[in-house]
Design a protein around this ligand. Sequence first.
Ligand code: ATP
Length: 199
Amino acid sequence: MYLKSLTLKGFKSFASSTTMQLEPGITCIVGPNGSGKSNVVDALAWVMGEQGAKSLRGGKMEDVIFAGTSGRPPLGRAEVQLTIDNSDGALPIDYAEVTISRTMFRNGGSEYAINSQACRLLDVQELLSDSGIGREMHVIVGQGQLDSILHATPEDRRGFIEEAAGVLKHRKRKEKALRKLDATDGNLTRLADLLTEIR
Ligand code: ATP
């Protein structure tokens, strides 16, 4: 599995549609300060489902949409498409190539698709969670983040490893199931109370 191409359109400084073809191995992005190198990394995190505006270096989620320049008006939507080579079947889907896309509109709406089929954020998260490139982005180490990883508490460090190993998905499912059990317990208690009252 490797990242094959990335297309940005209306995302941050990339107003026009821009596609980067990537190869297996190491890719370097070079350019002057402020030319948009980190915006490319933000786009990767965003298309994979990142929900935190701060992680995307913005104040609010709409900040990812091209805000305009002196020569170009702002755009109404941001779109990113990420194509992943899945010929080794690392992603649990029957396609040798998987394209994930995310679109956001200025009115706040967001759309996701996997191979052009509209889907939910959860579907994207589940697809990626076993691959080690999940939403929490521990595989994307931003500037200044190295320090926080080196100084992380043992619990946080375990979180990084669990995310990379794909355990987090099961932990979240377990938490959801436990919450449902709790709610059912509450319902049973209420039912028992009602039965006592009726008798
Ligand atoms: P450095 O080397 O200094 O870290 P960089 O190449 O990583 O810089 P980025 O941080 O990716 O640069 O890009 C910053 C540029 O992106 C700034 O010029 C900023 O104005 C522009 N930018 C960010 N968000 C938007 C947006 N929503 N609309 C238009 N331009 C944006």
